[in-house]
Structures are given as structure tokens and as C-alpha cells.
Design a binder for this molecule. Sequence first.
Ligand code: A2P
Length: 328
Amino acid sequence: MLVQIFQESAKMGSAVRVAELNAGPKIPLVGLGTSSINQNPEEIKTAVATALEVGYRHFDTATLYSSECALGDALKEACLKGLVAREEVFVTTKLWCEDLDDPVSALRTSLENLQLEYVDLYLIHWPLRVRKGFSFPIFKEEDFLPLDLESTWQGMEQCVHLGLTKAIGVSNFSCKKIGDLLSHAKISPAVNQVEMHPLWQQKKLRDYCSKVNIHVSAWSPLGGPPNAHGSNDVMDNPDIKEIAEKHGKTTAQVILRWGLEQGVSVLPKSYNKGRITQNFQVFDWSLTAEDHSKISRLEQKKTITGHEAVNSTTSPYKSVEELWDGEI
Ligand code: A2P
């Protein structure tokens, strides 16, 4: 039913389903999330090379993830081998909270890491500003600096004017924070990248973003890595498992297909060839209205609340509710 939202990009090859961003570029709807928290550079390079072979043309990284260099190496190798051209690949990276006063310099560093002349999308990673050298995820009293998103956004806009990125956007922004940004932005954010999966569906935020023509991308669309007990409430959900069995698909495929049918792009992470492959096999089948109805009734619970950033008297947010402007 919602298959009309998929466009095919002639430039990117007919297998790549894309959505058009307000800034012009087309964003492929399935991207590979990269993060090196438990991975070494070689594993990241292999995952990216595998994904390119499978047909992925969208890669998501961030200064925080320490995966920019490995992603850049893998893309360069693929380009040199003639497997893909730079303009066929969509690369997103993110401005880390330590760099909010100078997005241009931060993006230049990311571009060096990535060995690229431009990225396709540059996002403010979090609406937080901290001093350089703080040790994430431990926020101390002295770490927070006053937030000035208006001046940070001007720096982001400068990145577009300098040709360092095709589009700019935000991540982990509430409706309220986007509204505030729109009140002074000369270039509207193209994307808001947020946690989204069947147990954190973001209906209000998606409706708002659609109204103001901002595309939503889902990070941790599978609910993130397993917890300390080896389980993941999203992947282990019995209703989703039942839907998967009925369609002869895996739970992950049902979850990703659900995201696509909500009109968002999804950024699953995997370092396993079989799972990278299956996560891309989500285009030639669809969920039923009954499946959607069942998923829409699932109890909601956000996985990443950002609680670490609200326990300090110097934080601009005194509670998780303030961080998300009550949208939690
Ligand atoms: P792995 O790298 O071993 O595949 P998210 O993208 O929501 O953050 O989830 C990432 C986690 O989900 C990783 O632990 C990843 O592990 C796992 N994962 C990715 N794809 C699948 C899949 N198709 N089936 C099961 N687990 C998956």
C-alpha cells in the first residue's frame, strides 16, 4: 500500500529505493549503520564492502562512532575497483557535542577521515554542547557549555554554502526543538534522525516532520544490540515474531519493512554478511493492514533516554522530560 513512497533513483541504479529530501538529494531508504564501539576498523571495512556488494548505497557514521576512517577506506577501495562511483553513494556523518561552536572545522576533519570532498548529509548529533575532551558517556558538572543552536545552525548552513555537504539536518530533536530551529533557519533541516522501531514508533514526531517536510531516519531500527541478558525487546516481541512467521520472513525483516512502510529510512547495523544481506531484502513484499494494526498497539518504551546528560546542575536539561520536551 505504501509502496508509492518508494522512488527509484536512475542515478543510483534501479535497485536503490530512495526518498527525496527537501534539499534536493535523494536518500536511499536502507542504509548501513556503522559504529566501532565493539568493532575494529577491519570489521567495519568488511561490513561496508559486503553492503556495497549487496546493493546498499547509504552509509551512516558520526564523529562519535570512530568509524569514519574505516568507512572512507572501504568506499575508496570500492571506487578504485570501479564497483561504485562516489556520486552513487549517500554518506551521512554527524557533528559531535564537543564541536557545536565550529561545524565547518568539525566537518572538514570528518571529510579528511572519510577521504571525501563532501558528504551528502551532515547532522547535529544531539542538542547538547560539552567541552572538548569530556569522556562520553560520563557527563561531569564541568562538561556542559551553554547551548546556542542558532549559531550552530548558521555554521551548519555555512557547510552547505562551502560545498562540504549537500544537505544538513538534526538528530535526536523533538518537535519543539525543530520548531525553534525553523523559526531562525535559512536552510530548513532535511532530516531528523531518531530512535524509531515498533516499540518506539514516534508517531507524533513523524506527523510533525511530515507537515514541515523533514524526512525521518530511524537509528537502531532493530532496537539496538542485545542487552546484558542477551535479549532485545523489539526483536523478541512475540507479536512481531508471529507476523514474521506468517510471511516467511525474519523478525528483523518485518521490523525494517514496518519502518519503510511508515515512510522513514532505516539504518540497521550489522557486521555479519548474512544479516547485512537479509536486512536489504525488504522491498519486494509488504505487511498487511492487520500486521500494521497489531504493531500499532504495542506498548511503547524508549531504549536510549539520554538520562546521562540530565544529572548535572550545569546541563541545559534538568530531566529526561526536558531533554525531549515532554515527548517521551
Ligand atoms: P550483528 O552485527 O551480529 O548482526 P540496531 O541496528 O537496531 O542498532 O541493531 C543492531 C544489532 O542488531 C546488532 O547487535 C546486530 O548484530 C543485530 N542485527 C542486525 N541485523 C540483524 C538481523 N537481521 N537479525 C538479528 N540480529 C541482527
